[in-house]
Design a protein around this ligand. Sequence first.
Ligand SMILES: [Zn+2]
Length: 83
Amino acid sequence: MYVHLQYLKRLFTVYNYSISPIFTTTIHGNPVMHLGNHRFNKYHRSKEPRTRWVCTKKKSGCKIGIITDNGVIIKVTNQHNHY
Ligand SMILES: [Zn+2]
């Protein structure tokens, strides 16, 4: 599903949770969540069904965190520090 940038901005400003993320795995078998043009890695200590995701640019200082529950976004903390 293509998510328009305006939708993402709304998601990260007023926390509109209606956007559906897409879940895949890397070639190494690690879970990845796609949301718009951003990708998130599963936080290694999170447990199903409530899962914490961190931006793939976390090492570059991006502090956004997303919590999903059974594949639905229920919480977003902080914002991306990049586009
Ligand atoms: Zn980010």
